[in-house]
Ligand binder design. Sequence first.
Ligand code: ATP
Ligand code: MG
Length: 133
Amino acid sequence: MSRTLLIVKPDATKRKLIEYIINRLQAARFKIVEKKELQLNNSQARQFYAVHEGKHFLDSLVKFMCSGTIVPMILEKNNAVNDLRALIGATDPAKAERGTIRFDIAEDIEKNSVHASDSNANAKKEISFFFNK
Ligand code: ATP
Ligand code: MG
């Protein structure tokens, strides 16, 4: 078993898609170990997205991620990191494969409904950012 972090982003919480996303995750055999609902402030969002320092989309991304509540959750499954990336699909929903969560619900390349850790090392860091684990 391994763990990864998923975040339901503000565009999806605003559209009341938390339960929908949880159902999709459970149907794909992810176990939800822990979850919470919160709103990030600017400095927390910048810290979370520190790897994107210098990218053209960072300011807008930070503003978006602070624009409403988010739901981070720890997910557990065999091969959790890669399987979750496959389930959510490409960053840009226009390029996401049919059947992926972003294909089905994302609004655009920024407001793409969910975040997922991209490696085991980042999963560890991102889990400890939100949870005491
Ligand atoms: P995430 O990290 O949220 O799981 P990702 O790994 O698919 O998404 P990253 O390259 O890490 O994509 O970008 C982080 C987030 O920044 C994206 O999910 C999206 O919200 C936003 N983003 C990425 N590229 C762009 C872009 N070209 N224009 C606007 N926003 C972008
Ligand atoms: Mg990423």
